[in-house]
Ligand binder design. Structure first.
Ligand code: GLU
Length: 442
């Protein structure tokens, strides 16, 4: 069975970068009727925050990415403890006492000599007496995994055949001085015990993958299929990593971006296929193919989210948005449906509806070009009192044409601008019944 997981650290809100990882894992699981686990990587109590656990869950739910199982690393410490003692017994885990300052100095020396800054395993040479002495002086040490200095190879689900020479890597620290288990170990234990078959994550984890493959093998586990997607960049090609905090899903939600716009974009971004606006998640599942993803950095441009949202909204029937229109925009029930069908082709996000409603309810500041001033006042005199219906526009403009001789655009455009304060918008006949106030006539 295909089992995947999304494993965010609750140190911030869900953003386009980690959502992309979540979505790919979700789609792979759904595609084969598999199992999707949400795993909260919260072994670091100093950085993890409960509000982020809640916000990540809330945002995933808003997007429609439900999970079959939820796990928290902070509740699985016994499992990590057990695995650590297993590795210790097999002499794959050793205690080291160097301070960060000492390590930095050694790395500097190595670099100066033209050597790679790989940990020299000095701790392996310590006798028990020396270790006791260091422990008495410095407290507990860190625990490092003893890598097997050989090439580590795997068939990557996106990058193809990959190999990394373990001799170029330092033995990774799996347990900190204060006993805290680090992600590298915790993730392996979880992936093994939870039967994870596929791990899709960002290319920034490639080295972790090499190390984790060795740990899994040291524990006699089954190595999952690893796949590393490219990282997102901005328009200029710079990594988005630092800006990701500003690309939070909840901010897009706040701006009225539709979940399907976000999901449709992220399911295709970085593939050879065009972005297609899907109407539901099942449609994304059907067309999904991980092998279509490429390895080159992928540009993310949030204007696409607005365009897709606009296109998506145009397809929605009133029933899908009635709650939003009545509760958030404040349109009275009696005209809410008319309001929706009149405006849906002229918005990019649901938030734009608020601006339209303000125009209809309060009236817009008239926009009158100097050469049209007389024409507009003549026309306004011919405008009957409301309420209006869908025939009002035609009757009125016929009368204005008869009186002024203006036709076509020269007739319609100044009137549109006078009534709505802008040169673009929904069909004027559909707008008229919604106009509660016309400032041009008051
Ligand atoms: N908590 C890790 C992260 O957010 C998980 C990486 C992984 O998928 O293994 O980067």
């Amino acid at each position: 069975m295909t089992t995947t997981r999304f494993a965010p650290s609750p140190t911030g809100h869900l953003h386009v970068g980690n959502l992309r990882t979540a979505l790919l894992n979700f789609l792979i699981a759904r595609q084969s009727d598999g199992h999707f686990i949400l795993r909260i990587d919260d072994t670091d109590p100093g950085r993890s925050q409960e509000i982020y656990v809640d916000s990540i869950k809330e945002d995933l739910e808003w997007l429609g990415l439900g999970w079959d199982q939820i796990e928290r690393q902070s509740e699985r410490l016994d499992a990590y403890l057990e695995t650590a003692s297993h590795l210790r017994n097999d002499e794959r885990l050793y205690e080291a006492f160097e301070t960060p300052g000492e390590l930095e100095l050694r790395r500097k020396k190595q670099r100066n000599r033209g050597h790679p800054p790989v940990y020299d395993r000095a701790a392996l040479l310590l006798s028990e007496v020396e270790k006791d002495k260091l422990r008495a002086e410095r407290g507990e040490g860190v625990w490092r995994f003893k890598l097997d200095r050989a090439w580590i190879t795997w068939e990557d689900g996106i990058l193809g055949s990959r190999s990394i020479d373990a001799s170029s890597l330092s033995d990774p620290i799996l347990i900190r001085r204060d006993g805290q288990f680090l992600y590298t170990l915790a993730s392996v234990v979880d992936d093994m015990e939870m039967g994870i078959s596929h791990v899709v994550r960002g290319a920034d984890h490639i080295t972790n993958t090499a190390v984790q493959i060795q740990i899994i093998k040291a524990l006699g586990g089954q190595v999952p299929t690893f796949a590393h997607h490219s990282l997102l960049t901005d328009d200029a090609g710079y990594a988005l990593a630092k800006r990701l905090g500003t690309l939070a899903i909840r901010d897009f939600k706040e701006q009225g971006i539709a979940p399907m716009a976000i999901l449709s974009l992220l399911a295709r971004l970085g593939t050879s296929e065009p972005v297609v606006l899907a109407s539901c998640i099942d449609e994304l599942v059907e067309g999904f193919d991980l092998t279509h993803f490429g390895s080159s950095p992928t540009k993310f441009d949030d204007t696409q989210l607005f365009q897709l949202t606009g296109r998506y909204l145009q397809t929605l029937p009133y029933t899908d948005v009635s709650e939003w229109i009545q509760d958030q925009v404040g349109v009275p029930d009696s005209i809410a449906e008319t309001f929706w069908y009149a405006t849906r082709n002229n918005i990019t996000t649901l938030s734009d509806l608020k601006a339209w409603w303000t125009v209809f309810r309060d009236g817009a500041e008239p926009l009158i070009d100097p050469q049209d001033t007389d024409f507009v006042s003549q026309a306004i005199e011919l405008l009957p009192n409301g309420p209006y219906d869908t025939d009002t526009w035609k009757t009125w403009t016929d009368a204005v044409q008869a009186k002024t001789g203006r036709k076509g655009r020269a007739l319609f455009m100044p009137l549109r601008k006078a009534l709505t304060g802008q040169g673009q918008g929904p069909d004027m006949s559909t707008i008229m019944p919604l106009l509660h106030r016309i400032k041009a006539r008051t």
